[in-house]
Design a protein around this ligand. Structure first.
Ligand code: ACO
Length: 384
């Protein structure tokens, strides 16, 4: 009797691969919760550092805890000289996400807690990695644009420091607030592909730097965090609101995907995109790029009408970042800066109750093939 073959679940859709206390995506109702708090309650009322603290320690900090946590993070916003040198040596046209992934991997070699996986060592590494990821991105941008790097200011918070280290100027209140909330909205999102990659990596007891490098590698792809950059390329290519219909119809007609739309979890509106749409509208009109917002709105209406698909977090984050003066090559890096908090929280949770993540596959190949020694092999027909 032949044994019935187990069917794999394509893309692991619907497979529950972990228990988590960190975040919950309610895809049917378009809700996202961080440790039980609806993000609609947090956005605009809490700052990014409060959310990092919430994810890592389980509770929102009081004022004193927040001050000292923020000071600790800002104090870690510097890089080992060797890693700065690595950024300088990177080819000028290398994708910044590739440089970021490589630099985080390199940081692991210089971290004083490098090989240690104790709870205390992981907490020290967590603060350093989160802070240093931000500094890698701002430093790379400044080096590539021929400007000297800017050190963090101890009187500024995380988001403000990021914009300051990027532009060399103290950001305006609205820029600081919008960027802070943008980071907050990207901080964690259940078992996203990158988060799963991070958890899988540490399930072998590899360290935190390895996990964040794996997560960065996964985030880079256009079906995940790489979509925000692709969204801006599409908006620029369309260029005019009147060209939206033929462009999008052309893409849909040839079976192409519209970047920034659709989501494995959400069957309704992504709650993060609601906040980002509002910011996009506000910032684009201040920055004189209403055209981009107008094009985005038309795309949204058309894709919804034609495919019933809503924008995801990446769609309006593109115009928000553009209006903040961030070049499109860095959009996915900004996502990474924010999500590093979530990845780290998942890494610590995985370590806390670890079991090796090792699924199986259904073998589709043949059996009992006869080995032919090299000298007697001839190329199969058609191979060159
Ligand atoms: N444009 C056009 N059609 C789409 C899109 C899209 N962006 N997304 C999904 N669809 C269609 C598919 O063609 C498919 O249609 P079919 O059933 O007629 O073949 C149907 O919707 C379901 O698509 P799947 O690929 O099965 O959905 P899945 O859950 O695997 O994909 C994904 C989710 C990868 C995000 C997809 O929606 C996509 O490719 N979006 C564009 C890339 C993007 O924006 N990625 C960022 C996601 S958010 C994030 O990672 C932070």
């Amino acid at each position: 009797m032949t044994k019935k073959r187990k069917q794999p679940v394509r893309g692991l859709e619907g497979v529950v691969a972990a228990e988590t206390f960190l975040s919950h995506v309610d895809g049917a109702n378009g809700k996202l919760y961080y440790r039980g708090y609806d993000i609609d309650q947090l956005a605009g009322r809490a700052c990014y550092e409060e959310i990092v603290y919430l994810l890592w320690f389980g509770e929102l900090p009081d004022a004193e805890q927040l001050d000292s946590f923020r000071a600790e993070l800002v104090a870690e916003m510097r890089l080992p000289e060797q890693v700065s040198e690595l950024l300088r040596l990177s080819p000028p046209n290398a994708n910044p996400m590739v440089v970021l992934r490589t630099a985080v991997s390199a940081l692991g070699m210089f971290d004083p807690d490098g090989g240690k996986n104790t709870e205390q060592a992981n907490l020290r590494k967590a603060k350093r990695i989160l802070a240093q990821v931000a500094t890698i991105v701002t430093s790379l941008y400044r080096m590539r644009s021929g400007q000297s790097t800017v050190s963090a200011d101890k009187d500024m918070g995380f988001a403000e420091n990021f914009l300051y280290m990027l532009s060399g100027k103290t950001p305006r209140k609205i820029e600081r607030e919008v960027f802070d909330t943008t980071l907050l909205l990207h901080a964690d999102h259940g078992l996203a592909a990158s988060t799963f990659a991070a958890r899988t990596t540490v399930s072998t007891l590899a360290g935190m730097h390895s996990a964040i490098s794996s997560a960065l590698a996964s985030l880079k792809g256009p079906l995940h965090g790489g979509a925000n950059r692709k969204v801006m390329e599409m908006l620029e290519e369309i260029g005019d609101a009147d060209r939206v219909a033929p462009y999008i119809e052309g893409m849909l007609g040839t079976g192409q995907r519209i970047m920034g739309f659709g989501h494995r979890m959400y069957k309704t509106e992504d709650p993060r995109s609601r906040h980002l749409r509002k910011f996009s509208n506000k910032l684009c009109s201040r920055a004189g790029c209403d055209q981009l917002y107008e094009i985005s709105q038309k795309i949204e209406a058309l894709v919804l009408e034609r495919k019933g698909i809503n924008p995801n977090v990446d769609f309006y984050s593109a115009t928000v970042q553009s209006a903040l003066g961030i070049p499109k090559e860095y959009y996915t890096c900004i996502f990474a800066v924010a999500r590093t908090a979530g990845w780290i929280a998942h890494v610590m949770e995985q370590f806390h109750d670890n079991r090796l993540i090792r699924p199986s596959s259904t073998y589709m190949g043949g059996f009992d093939r006869k080995f032919v020694p090299l000298a007697k092999r001839s190329a199969p027909a058609g191979a060159s």
